[in-house]
Structure formats: C-alpha cells, structure tokens
Ligand binder design. Structure first.
Ligand code: NAP
Length: 267
C-alpha cells in the first residue's frame, strides 16, 4: 500500500534556500499523513535529498522515500555509487523506490540489471522509471526482469492529459502505478477560471480541485511540491474534496482530453 498523495521536493535544497524551513514543510506533510516523499539526486545537486534526510530523521519508518538516478549514472557500476551517495544524503540504508529519472544512452538492460543488483543488496526496495512513454515501457517489458518495474513517474495534470490516450491505459492494464508530477502545473493551473468556479462551489481552492481531479484516478499517486505550510495543509485537504459529475464535465470542457495519440510531454 502506498499513499495516493505525497510530497515533491524539486527546488528544495538549492543554494541559498532555507533547508530548515523546507524540512519543516515536509515534516508537516508527514504529520498530515502525506507519507511519501519524492526526490532525486538532481534536485539541488543532492541538496533536496539532504533536506529529505533532515525531515525524516527519527521517523524513517513512517515514510516511503522515492529517489531518482540521473540517466548518465544509470549504468551498473555508476548506479551503485550514485545510490550510495543518495543513501548517505538521505540518512537511510534503503530507498523504498528508486527511479531512472529519464532515458538517455545507457542500454535499458544494463539499468535493469543495476537496479536488480541494488535490490538484492538491500539498498533499494523496488525500482521504477520516469518519463517513459508506451514504446519505452513495451521495450522494458520485453527485457529479462523488466516487468519488476514498480512505477512510471510522468507529467500529468489537467493541462497535460496526453497520457490518457495511450500510456495511462497501458499502465492500468499492466498494473503499473503512475506517479503524476507537476500536478498543479507548477502553479499555472491556479488562475484558470474553471478551477476557481468549481473551487468556490465547494468552499475549496483551485489547487485542491486540480489535485482532487487527479486523485479520482485509480493507480495514480500525486506528488505536489509545497514549501509554504499553508500550501501543504491546503493540498492535504484535496483528499476530502469529492468532485461531482458536473464538475468533471466542466473540467473536461475546459481541459479536453487530446484526440489521437500524443508523445509524452516532460518538464
Ligand atoms: P507542482 O507541484 O505542480 O507545483 C509546485 C509549485 O506550486 C510551487 O511553486 C508551490 O509553491 C506551488 N503550490 C503548491 N501547492 C500550492 C497551493 N496549494 N496553492 C498555491 N500554490 C501552491 O510542480 P513540481 O514541483 O514541478 O512537481 C511536483 C513534484 O514532482 C516535484 O517537486 C518533483 O518531486 C516531481 N517532479 C518530477 C519530475 C520528473 O521528471 N520525474 C519532473 C518535475 C517534477 P511553494 O513551494 O512556494 O509552496
């Protein structure tokens, strides 16, 4: 079982950022039950993983940690070293879910073997991918051990519904959870009139509408990032917002599902 609503960390742990306040925002999220934290070796050049380490100190058992390896570190040897560095920054001996951040030149089989070696060594519990489109997933599924992939993290929100025309049904059929990143399009969804109107009828906020729309989907884990504590609280409130059939129809009118197959978008 994994929580459907977690916490993103992109932008945390950067130079000049306030790591203590960022860790406090994550701890508040954990207090509220958003007990999955998504991070990556890329974020803040390791700084975000250090913030996560600070946030989970003394409460590691409560939280599922997801981190990501750079594609250029996704060969067997480099991956083991990258994972060790991440573990150190996170202050833990095991990453719950370790993802390939996106695909580049390292052969996929080598990455799968690297993940499997880490799993056997107890350094990671599971592994998965990010920014993989249908063709990448199909290729992965043909590789020995490829079907052990535990998740695909992709861009998905009301403004980015492309995955509904191919990748989302594929993942549903093969029971691969989707992690929806940038669920409020980095804030750009908040000013949209349809979200404001629906929010007003529920005494909710546009962010809650955007998150609740994603949370309705089975097999989708939603990972908004919030530094401000009022945002963390607000995002958690999305779990209590039930959109009506009328709301969904209005959102479909303003943010229609694209027609025909679309290439996977990424940020
Ligand atoms: P996001 O979660 O859609 O948006 C984050 C922005 O929205 C921040 O500026 C945040 O402000 C603001 N915000 C959050 N909650 C709000 C609320 N209730 N009201 C108003 N503003 C609110 O974008 P994201 O950070 O790109 O995506 C989320 C996470 O997904 C990332 O942090 C990262 O962990 C992951 N991600 C993964 C990939 C990948 O390639 N795998 C790519 C992008 C993102 P404050 O921070 O100031 O509170």
């Amino acid at each position: 079982m994994v929580p459907a609503l977690g916490l993103g960390t992109w932008g945390m742990g950067e130079r000049g950022s306030s790591a203590g306040d960022e860790a406090a925002a994550l701890r508040l999220g954990l207090d509220l039950g958003m007990s999955l934290i998504d991070t990556a070796e890329m974020y803040g050049d390791g700084g975000a993983e250090e913030v996560v380490g600070q946030a989970v100190k003394g409460r590691r058992d409560e939280v599922l940690i997801v981190s990501k390896v750079y594609p250029h570190n996704a060969g067997r040897k480099k991956m083991a070293a990258a994972c060790e560095r991440s573990l150190k920054r996170l202050g833990t001996d095991c990453i719950d879910l370790y993802l390939l951040h996106w695909r580049e030149n390292v052969p996929l089989l080598e990455t799968v073997e690297g993940f499997d070696a880490l799993r056997q060594a107890g350094k990671i519990r599971r592994w998965g991918v990010s920014n993989f489109d249908v063709a990448d997933m199909e290729e992965l599924w043909r590789l020995p051990g490829g079907t052990a992939c535990a998740a695909n993290q992709v861009l998905y929100n009301l403004m980015r519904r492309g995955i509904e025309t191919g990748l989302a049904p594929w993942c549903r059929e093969l029971h691969v959870p989707i992690m929806a990143y940038s669920p409020i399009e980095q804030g750009k969804l908040l000013a949209k009139p349809a979200l404001k109107e629906i929010a007003a009828t529920h005494n909710a906020t546009p962010a809650q509408v955007a998150l609740a729309w994603l949370l309705r989907h089975d097999g989708v884990i939603v990972i908004p990032k919030a530094f401000h504590q009022n945002h963390v609280r607000e995002n958690c409130g999305a779990l209590d917002l039930e959109l009506t059939a009328g709301d969904i129809a209005a959102l479909d009118r303003d943010f229609p599902r694209p027609r025909g197959k679309r290439r996977l978008e990424m940020l």
